[in-house]
Design a protein around this ligand. Structure first.
Ligand SMILES: Cc1cc2nc3c(=O)[nH]c(=O)nc-3n(C[C@H](O)[C@H](O)[C@H](O)COP(=O)(O)OP(=O)(O)OC[C@H]3O[C@@H](n4cnc5c(N)ncnc54)[C@H](O)[C@@H]3O)c2cc1C
Length: 600
């Protein structure tokens, strides 16, 4: 296999919001030689699937006085006082994170929110509007006021189209359908990546002064997931294999409303617009779990409540594993205007008309709070002391800044990808313009990747051949059963030995398709290997954390333990052994936002 070397000043892996913002800004700041690689067409990045909204305290709407917490919203008349503030958004996010988010980073996220939303608007993003033409806002779980700016239920699509156009305008070069297999770091200096041009099957080395990952999330490690097929956490696995630690990987968010058995997302905006959750007795059971916020409590709490209803026999559907999401009282007009995509998805995938009947849903893996640790400038850090990996940046869902801590609030993630993608763009530009060097590559950098592919195509294993699809299926079922919404030591121990067995079985996994061009079989195998690599980190980190916090819920340790566990998990690879765990302090402003009981 040829291993041609391509050189750029900057290589960005990922063309979602995080990667594209970074590329656009770095280019605008004068760095002209930028290549962005994406394993799928850039506009098919998962950012484009986001439905519900992007949070910012822009104060355009408020609840109508006297109508209660779920009543209608109205635009705030010019001159009337604001309902929202940066401080309220910061506090909601900290509380949502169950006090594991870094409060300095959260303040940056929230302060930048307002100008990033207006920047999108000025670039031409078609937001939904209030009657007088301002950007409309809706309610979202865990946010104490309506703060989600949206474009019907196509928000991510609109944002991604907008920023992609701007990147093209700034001359950013996109490598569409290039699959990155390997990250080159030597002596703690990042030097480039190794990638396969999916169309030709050729392996290339991309040599750069700076590399940024905006590779997105890893919800595909679970059986039921809202995530696109591409969300296999390649970036986190590559970083981990190259010696970079992973942070807070035990915190995986389960969204309360994925379509029953399929997992496809019914956006939280369904509940934001007033949808109810009911069990098989027709009860709005959230009144037992979050009497104040009801269905608009944060996702970890709502998903757990649903799972308890299901486990205690009050679920719906033939196997009792579902719950009803009821929007029939919202009326045709509101649903068609605000939730057109949801209407279509429920119809196409379930044959359900949500205007007339409730739609069956269930909790579904959705978002990865953990990832590659970075500072607030997108600079990747190498250890708990905060030392940098020179020339390596990350932002968006693959990174962990950490603004979401143990649980993310809906609409804070499009925000995170935009805000920290943009910030990474500025710091990359500064790094390059400050005289960053092109450090030499190791000899034959593409060799390992070429050999991996050769190995997967080699048929000498005969009858010992293992099927990639079966290994992947077994792993996803195991992650869902043993490392899902509820966890305990026995289940996690079993999961650890199970993932090791699956990694061993993978040694004999082989692909059927031996061709070079568009070999999706090979890509699927490499992705499965990545899933197996970081799933072990999720399990090991979850086993070590003997408390319940945010999305990490241990039935054997049901309480939050602030005495011992207000700290970030840092996991380093340790050859073939279990990851080595160390811990890093959480940035807390003890006077302003000290930990409190988390009630909704
Ligand atoms: C269905 C759904 C709805 C959501 N709705 C909302 C919402 O309403 N509000 C909100 O705030 N958040 C929402 N989220 C979360 C949010 O969309 C994501 O967290 C965010 O968009 C991630 O952006 P990103 O730029 O980090 O990654 P992504 O947009 O996922 O992009 C990842 C990029 O990395 C590339 N890539 C990955 N691996 C490789 C590789 N090996 N080689 C080459 N390229 C690679 C991909 O091709 C892609 O371009 C939603 C998520 C889902 C799944």
């Amino acid at each position: 296999m040829s291993t041609e070397t391509i050189t750029h000043d900057v290589i960005i892996v990922g063309a979602g919001l995080a990667g594209t913002w970074a590329a656009m800004i770095a280019s605008q700041e004068g760095v002209k030689d930028i290549g962005v690689l994406s394993k799928i067409h850039p506009l098919r990045s998962h950012s484009g699937a986001a439905q519900g909204g992007i949070a910012a305290a822009i104060n355009n709407v408020r609840p109508v006085a006297g109508t209660g917490p779920r009543g209608p919203l109205e635009q705030i008349p010019a001159g009337d006082s604001a309902v929202d503030s940066i401080e309220t958004h910061v506090f909601d996010t900290i509380k949502g994170s169950d006090w594991l988010g870094d409060q300095d980073a959260i303040e940056i996220l929230v302060s930048d929110a307002i100008n990033i939303v207006y920047e999108y608007e000025h670039m031409g993003c078609v937001f939904s509007r209030t009657p007088d033409g301002r950007i409309a806002q809706r309610r979202f779980g865990g946010h104490s006021v309506p703060r989600a700016c949206y474009a019907a239920d196509w928000t991510g699509h609109m944002l991604l189209q907008t920023i992609h156009e701007q990147a093209l305008r700034h001359g950013v070069h996109f490598y569409s359908e290039w699959y990155v297999l390997d990250l080159i770091i030597e002596d703690n200096i990042c030097r480039g990546v190794v990638a396969m041009d999916v169309l030709t099957g050729e392996i290339h080395t991309l040599h750069a002064k700076a590399v940024m990952f905006g590779t997105g999330g890893y919800g595909r490690a679970f059986k039921i997931s809202t995530n696109a097929h591409a969300n296999t956490g390649d970036g986190v696995a590559m970083a981990y294999n190259a010696g970079v630690p992973l942070m807070d990987m035990e915190f995986v968010q389960f969204h309360p409303t994925g379509l029953y058995r399929l997992g496809i997302l019914m956006t939280e905006a369904c509940r934001g617009e007033g949808g109810y959750l009911t069990n098989n007795k027709g009860e709005r059971f959230m009144e037992h779990y979050a009497p104040d916020k009801m269905e608009l409590a944060p996702r970890d709490l709502v998903s757990r409540s649903e799972q308890i209803e299901i486990n205690e026999g009050r679920g719906i559907g033939p196997d009792g594993q579902g719950i009803y999401l009821d929007m029939t009282h919202l009326g045709r007009e509101k649903i068609e205007e605000r939730l057109p995509q949801v209407l279509e998805i429920a119809h196409n995938f379930m044959g359900v008309d949500i205007i007339k009947v409730p739609v069956p849903i269930q909790p579904t893996a959705h978002y990865s709070m953990g990832g590659i640790p970075t500072d607030a400038h997108g600079q990747v850090i190498a250890d708990a002391e905060g030392n940098p990996v020179v020339g390596f940046y990350a932002a968006g869902e693959c990174a962990c800044v950490s603004v979401h801590g143990a649980n993310r609030l809906g609409t804070n993630s499009l925000l995170e990808a935009s805000v920290f993608g943009r910030r990474a763009g500025y710091s990359i530009a500064e790094f390059i313009k400050g005289g960053a060097e092109l450090h030499p590559l190791p000899s034959d950098p593409g060799k390992q990747s070429s050999e991996r592919i050769k190995h997967l195509m080699d048929d000498s294993v005969g009858d010992n051949r293992e099927s990639v699809a079966e290994i992947s299926k077994a792993m996803k079922a195991m992650m869902t059963n043993n490392c899902g919404i509820f966890r305990d030591a026995d289940g996690l121990q079993a999961a650890l030995s199970n993932v090791k067995q699956l990694q061993n079985r993978f040694q004999n996994a082989r692909v059927m398709d031996k061709s070079k061009r568009f070999n999706t079989d090979i890509q699927g195998a490499l992705e499965t290997e990545n899933l197996l690599a970081f799933s072990e980190v999720i399990i090991a980190s979850a086993l070590a954390r003997t408390e319940s916090r945010g999305a990490h819920s241990r039935i054997d340790y049901p309480e939050r333990d602030d005495e011992n566990w207000i700290k970030h998990t840092i996991a380093h690879k340790n050859g073939g052994e279990l990851p080595v765990l160390s811990y890093k302090d959480v940035n807390i402003n003890w006077e302003k936002y000290p930990p409190q009981e988390r009630k909704y």
